[in-house]
Design a protein around this ligand. Structure first.
Ligand code: TEU
Length: 553
């Protein structure tokens, strides 16, 4: 299938998917084993989080070699075999390219440290400011300053993330040529997609400056015009040369205007982008390590604005609730108790029927929940440990800090995939690198495959609908009931077809008005009720967390 608009992409976190060696870490062979599962779900492409050699300080986002496979996951020939076997089932592979920074263990950084001038120009090295302060006052996203002393020299290197993740100097054409070669290396192996990590941060200014008091430092290096130039150049030198390559740029805090530019096909940059604004509606003052009930109207307005805005600018959205950096959406926006399955389906329907490309994060399709770890020592993630230390240092009690981590940690989505009720949920026969979630005996793939009304079966349906209805893959998005405080509703339209989607985000019954054309000539395209709803008059009672989708020609 060559129309990317009909595709649904499934994200695999290889470390936590399926272990076949007993070392407690998932591997490529484990993915091969689960191809029939992916096939049954019906996805078109899998995005693999980084599988390259890496010290794993940030779980592979600290790459030490871009053109090899980490022995932790397998060998190059196993990777080639995986690509081939998936292709035979019509499933493409998307790799995760971490091009903003390398691990400090990368050969380039090591050569730079040893004094090689060529490689020193691969990184962003600066002296202290005249009065002795760090080159800029920017903060690392994983806490602390964004600069670290470069060996025994008087220079400092920039690291927007962990101290072992050194930012690359994209202004150096040699760096860009390296990146183009890396992409072509993987394209030659049959890779059909790339997810580009923090891609809107690659274009730093020549001259780096302090953020003014009250100014947010990230504005000084995010979405600089030159990022677009670098991306277009990469497109022309690599994936733009091949047919049907799907690319997605991860751009957590970008704007709609920028998103239009990155993904407008006429500009030859990327197929689509991820933006994260809708996943910050439970952050107080934009801060992650805070607690607040989520703001439904903000969630709805943000998703709506991106739908309308990206369409106006001929851009394309990546649609998602979950990824490996987010706690499970079901814990945030759904119900974890009696309505777990219903709300999981409702959340799925909300984004799968929008304009854009849906991404499913492993376990989402069976309604997995946060693992509910009991102690700080159960967490592995570097960001979680740094944040915990910082919260406690700033005066929070250890219990409170732990509660914060339990709710917000990235490990919430990284707990191993829950396959069945056997030891370690069928994930490994060894000791899992990260503990299993407490609920695996109830929530697992085997249970969902055996049930006719499972979340899995509903996701299967969502994927099929996108392939069969052009109004879902191609239609315009039209806002509906924007003032409603508990229902997220919208319309999709082409010249030939229309559908209306109602999603009840709460556990109360809501009355809705069905437009008369639908009462007369509409059909129920999708419902998450066990019994098919009857649409025989213009009033309808939407039950707790109900999704109702009506269709007409
Ligand atoms: O994440 C980038 C990103 O947007 C982060 O700021 C994200 O919000 C972060 O996880 C904070 O909670 C990407 C990867 O997805 C992430 O796993 C990496 O740690 C990061 O880049 C650095 O490569």
């Amino acid at each position: 299938m060559n129309n990317f608009k009909e595709k649904v992409i499934y994200q695999i976190y290889p470390k936590s998917f399926k272990d076949t060696t007993g070392n407690g870490v998932g591997d490529l062979q484990g993915i091969v084993e689960k191809i029939p599962y992916l096939k049954e779900l019906g996805v078109d492409m899998i995005w693999l989080n980084p599988i390259f050699p890496s010290p794993q300080r940030d779980n592979g986002y600290d790459v030490s070699d871009y053109t090899a496979i980490n022995p932790l996951f397998g060998t190059m020939s196993e990777f080639e075999d995986l690509v081939k076997k998936l292709k035979a089932e019509g499933i493409g592979v998307m790799l995760d390219m971490v091009f903003n920074h390398t691990s400090t263990e990368h050969e380039w950084f090591q050569k730079a440290l040893a004094g090689d001038k060529k490689y020193q120009d691969y990184y962003i090295l600066r002296p202290l400011q005249a009065e002795g302060s760090l080159p800029t006052n920017w903060e690392s996203k994983f806490s602390g300053p964004a600069w670290e002393r470069f060996g025994e020299t008087d220079l400092y290197y920039l690291h927007l993330f962990d101290v072992t993740q050194a930012d690359l100097n994209w202004r150096n054409p040699e760096v860009r040529a390296e990146m183009h070669n890396i992409l072509n290396f993987w394209l030659d192996k049959g890779v059909e997609g790339f997810r580009f990590d923090v891609m809107n941060l690659i274009g730093k200014d020549e001259e780096l400056i302090d953020a003014l008091p009250g100014q947010i430092d990230k504005l000084l290096y995010t979405d600089r015009p030159i990022a677009h130039t670098f991306i277009r150049e990469m497109n022309q030198a690599a994936f733009g040369q091949r047919e049907n390559i799907v690319t997605v740029g991860e751009m957590s805090s970008t704007t709609i205007e920028q998103g239009q530019l990155y993904s407008n096909p006429e500009r030859d940059e990327l197929t689509m982008i991820f933006s994260f604004h809708h996943l910050k509606v439970d952050y107080q003052d934009g801060q992650k390590w805070t607690k607040m009930p989520y703001d439904f109207m903000a969630l709805k307005n943000i998703l709506n604005d991106w739908q309308v805005g990206m369409s106006d600018g001929n851009g394309w959205n990546a649609l998602f609730w979950n990824n490996h950096d987010q706690p499970r959406a079901l814990n945030r926006f759904g119900d974890t108790g009696q309505y777990r399955e219903k709300s999981a389906k409702m959340l799925g329907a909300t984004i799968h029927l929008m304009r854009g490309t849906p991404y499913i994060y492993q376990g989402e399709e069976i309604g997995m929940l946060n693992p509910d770890y009991a102690s700080i020592t159960d967490f592995v993630d570097v960001e979680s440990h740094n944040a915990y230390a910082e919260l406690v240092a700033n005066g929070m009690s250890e219990d409170e800090a732990l509660m914060m981590i339990q709710e917000k940690s990235r490990d919430n989505s990284r707990s191993p995939m829950q396959w069945d009720t056997s030891l370690h949920a069928g994930f490994t026969e060894g000791t899992p690198w990260l503990q299993l979630g407490k609920t695996f005996e109830e929530i697992n793939v085997a249970a969902d495959l055996a049930s006719e009304t499972s979340v899995f079966k509903f996701y299967q349906q969502l994927i099929q609908l996108r392939k069969h209805y052009a109004v879902i893959s191609e239609g315009e998005y039209v806002p509906h009931l924007m003032e409603h405080e508990r229902i997220f509703s919208y319309i999709r339209q082409t010249d030939a077809e229309e559908l209306i989607v109602w999603n009840n985000f709460y556990d109360q019954v809501e009355e809705i008005i069905i437009p008369s054309e639908y009462v007369v000539a509409g059909e129920v395209l999708l419902s998450n009720e066990d019994e098919q709803p009857a649409i025989d008059n213009d009033r309808y009672l939407l039950k707790p967390f109900e999704t109702l989708v009506l269709y007409r020609r």
